[in-house]
Write a protein that binds this ligand. Sequence first.
Ligand SMILES: [Zn+2]
Length: 137
Amino acid sequence: MPVGTSKGKKSVPDGLWIKCKKCENIIFSKELNENYKICPKCGYYFTLSAKERITLLSDSETFQEISKRNFRPIPVIVPSEPILKEFRERTAPLYRHIVENERESKALAQLRDTLLPKLISGELRIKDVEQFIERAG
Ligand SMILES: [Zn+2]
């Protein structure tokens, strides 16, 4: 479940706007979450739940620990070196594609989250964005 959402009544679903308690600016909740729950306009610190704090401290590399006792009884097939080599050769390009796609996806999401509030507020017009993309691209 994304940060900032919770099951139950009156929760704020991901993708909505949040009003800053200090500066009263309207902030995209995803932008607020990505800014560690600190208002990007005035620096106000929003309250974090324990789960949100843990989520902020962990990343995609964080995993649940498996003890040796639980791990040992799991049967494992160990392939021969030629099979391993063949596997690596076939899968390496796929892994590179995954990494590239994730990078591109993050960049596009960041661009969307930067531009969307500005477009909605009227701060930017589509024409400005097209010019920006032409210059960047
Ligand atoms: Zn604020």
